[in-house]
Design a binder for this molecule. Structure first.
Ligand SMILES: O=C[C@H](O)COP(=O)(O)O
Length: 314
């Protein structure tokens, strides 16, 4: 399969007929967690896989270079080395670290030589309510600081008003500004009102060349949910069937437990297949998920829960 989604011309006909049956999507999403019972070794393996797919995030007003450096230390070694060795795993890092543009340089320094990419939010994160030229300038600033990946936010107003061509043009401009850097398009699904809008915005973002579509900023009142994710995954599948290009998926916002990490992986496996469960096609955006995963892995390895001081925050 070709590596990077180049986007397409604007194709309204690919999605204007799409309407989502919300109760059916909710029923399907609710049935998913029970569809695979992941026991012991398998569960531990899936949790390790979740770790390598985490975009370990800090997006807080009081972020400092020191906090970012601590987060990066966690990204370099997200799970206790002894626990990993007992599981026969030599090396494990998170998928990326995700920060604000002014924190990119600190993250790059802290991750030097590790191969862990630095993702920066941009384009007026989280609301996106800034003139387009300033939003594009912010992408260029983040890249200049060394960002490897850019998480853009869409203009919700375009989606809410059905201005799909305008949304397409905006995202195309952002993708051009990103150049070779991976671009993740945050749809802010909790603010799009309907699952039909979520489906349509997903199509537009992929047509405009998004490498990933991402649910949420973590700042909306409703963040990642399984029904919204299901709708986005179906759009990814449809786009792949039409174009042959695989677009990645990033649930983000409010994911805090190992159970969340397992549920979203089951959803991916059921809808797109196990092949999609790798960092170039799947990321989990989270600021406070790693702690619980680490706790569950430690429990698997030692048979008891570690005391809090043994597990660094994350
Ligand atoms: O992109 C990642 C999100 O901002 C993280 O949200 P969270 O703090 O709810 O985990």
């Amino acid at each position: 399969m070709p590596t990077r989604n180049p986007g397409t011309d604007f194709r309204l006909d690919w999605f204007e007929g799409v309407t989502v049956n919300t109760p059916a999507a909710e029923r399907r999403a609710a049935s998913l967690p029970g569809r695979r019972s992941l026991k012991k070794e398998w569960q531990a393996a899936w949790l390790l896989n979740a770790v390598r797919c985490i975009d370990l995030t800090t997006l807080a007003g009081d972020d400092t270079p020191d906090r970012v450096a601590r987060l990066c230390a966690k990204a370099r070694q997200p799970v206790d080395a002894g626990d990993l060795a007992l599981m026969g795993v030599e090396q494990l890092t998170t998928g990326a670290v995700c920060v604000y543009p002014t924190m990119v340089a600190a993250a790059k320094r802290a991750l030097e030589g590790t191969g862990v990419p630095v993702a920066s939010v941009a384009t007026g994160f989280p609301a996106g309510l800034m003139p387009l030229d300033l939003r594009l300038a912010e992408i260029r600033y983040a890249l200049d600081q060394g960002a490897d990946e850019i998480d853009i936010v869409i203009s919700r107003a375009h989606a809410l008003r059905g201005e799909w061509a305008a949304l397409y043009d905006e995202i195309c401009a952002m993708r051009e500004a990103c150049g070779p850097a991976l671009m993740k398009a945050i749809l802010a699904t909790g603010e799009l009102k309907t699952l039909t809008n979520v489906a349509r915005a997903s199509h537009v973002a992929m047509q405009a060349g998004a490498d990933f579509i991402k649910t949420s900023t973590g700042k909306e009142p409703v963040n990642a949910t399984l029904p919204m994710s299901l709708v986005m995954l179906r759009a990814i599948r449809d786009y792949r069937d039409r174009t042959g290009f695989a677009v990645g998926f990033k649930p983000a916002g409010g994911l805090k437990t190992a159970k969340d990490a397992l549920n979203w992986q089951v959803l991916m496996a059921e809808e797109l297949g196990r092949d999609w469960l790798r960092p170039d096609l799947f990321r989990i955006g989270a600021s406070s998920l790693l702690g619980d995963i680490e706790r569950q892995i430690s429990h698997f390895v030692t048979g008891r829960y570690a005391s809090a001081h043994r597990l660094a925050a994350g």
